[in-house]
Design a protein. Structure first.
Length: 151
């Protein structure tokens, strides 16, 4: 049985998983903190993935919106309204599986397989075909930034 740790997991790596008939995916063991980790799942149709955040990261998004300079109060309210209304709270089961919302899966086109991508404080759930289509652009940006940062 996993126990709560004092440090938050860093979501890193790339994992290919099946999406079972009940829309469940298995979260990698090194991404889990407890037996029943909660995540907030938000569809990002523009990028073609679902974003999964811990409750702490989810709450921090409001503070980021509030602190954003140059954003009108109306835009801020709209963003906050849409952000919270689109998010679904999901909890892993004892086997580390996360039940994804059906509507979110339909919006992104998740059917059988998924790719999980770590993004530090959150992770993304991709349709493999959409991820493959976006890979050349992502590779080019990564290579450019890696050169600039002397990686």
């Amino acid at each position: 049985m996993a126990t709560k740790t004092t440090t938050k997991p860093i979501f890193s790596g790339r994992y290919v998983h099946a999406l079972d008939p009940k829309n469940r995916i298995t979260i990698p063991a090194d991404w889990r903190e407890t037996d029943h980790d909660p995540y907030y799942i938000i569809p990002r149709e523009k990028t073609g993935c679902l974003v999964a955040m811990s409750p702490g990261e989810f709450q921090a998004m409001r503070a980021k919106a509030e602190a954003r300079e140059g954003m009108s109060p109306q835009k801020r309210r709209i963003f906050i309204r849409e952000f919270y209304s689109r998010a679904e709270r999901c909890v892993t089961d004892k086997q580390g599986r996360l039940l994804l919302p059906v509507d979110h899966c339909k919006k992104i086109g998740l059917e059988e397989g998924v790719i999980l991508l770590g993004t530090d404080t959150s992770f993304e759930i991709w349709n493999p075909k959409r991820r493959e289509e976006s890979q050349p652009v992502h590779d080019a940006v990564f290579d450019e930034m890696a050169d600039e940062m002397e990686l």
